[in-house]
Design a protein around this ligand. Sequence first.
Ligand code: SF4
Length: 362
Amino acid sequence: MGVKEAKKNFVERREKLIDDTFSPLAEEVRKIKENSIDRIEELIEAAERNFERSGIEFYFTRSSKEAIEVALEFFDGAKTVVKSKSLVAHEIGLVEELEKHGIEIFETDLGDLIVSMLDEKARHFTMPAIHISAERVFRLFDVKDENGLKQRVKEIIRERIFAADGGITGANAVSADGCAIIIENEGNVRLVSSIPERHLIVTGAEKVVETFSDAIKVAELTWRSAGYSMPSYLNVIGGLSKSGDVEKRIITGLHGPEKAGIVVVDNGRTEASKTGLKEALYCLRCGACLFSCPAYIALDAEWGSVYPGGIGQVWNYIAKHETNPFYCLNCGVCEEVCPLSINTPEMIRELKETTLRKIQKF
Ligand code: SF4
């Protein structure tokens, strides 16, 4: 079952959420993304000033290597770090690099935990374990049903979070006026970002938009296009945990971490913003196009590492100069379903030509 069952449930749920307010929001978000990608460098500079002002360390890194160096220094001396979903952390190979340096990484997102326990790779933006059946998951955790799974997962994950020296999360949107927004349903992001003494957000440069209000609109379109009328939790991080209750003296790190940072990874994004692949930078990672893609479904979601499907091949090319565009049938359904009308088929055509030219040179 796995992928086909997930597709059926997703399509039914998402259809109910496409009401009269969806298109105006999508049009507004498209303009926000166009504006922010055109001003990517200026907005990152503003974000740096505003995050630093509120006590959050800000790092803009050009490459995976630079981002890993920042993370290693940030978690210096840590033995265990818990992690929630961050595609960019996987893009830069962060888990493997931290583990090479003796830091144990534990996935707290259920889908990511399942794929890491099975030593497999994530196959969807929002559902990493899309290809794994419920029966296989129950066997993996040695439980009989959803209830048993819930109890078992809670025990394992909570113990790790409370013992961890640090936490890593991603972000769905970052505003240049100084806040990061993280959408979630499981509740692990709240714990990972607030229980350990150090919290590091690892995200991509294309996530930076101008204002908090823009970031909220981006987040709303993301969760709606991902099939949720409302997420269970919306985490907004705009500073360190603090109290001014005693003579207005500011005491930081009261219940949240003592130290927080954000790494904004470029890894080819700025360069791509000046090419025909620019539209890929608008992607919200809602995953709607993946469920609509006949090739992705026929391949049991096994198409591309880190970033899957058609849009994923554009992303793998931008970030890692790896791509496999040839599974694409150019049917155009992904563009139709995309809330931002991202022209993935055109970018895939360009990648096919580039790849063929490279092959012919050999
Ligand atoms: S390309 Fe569009 S539909 Fe696909 S994940 Fe990105 S925003 Fe969502």
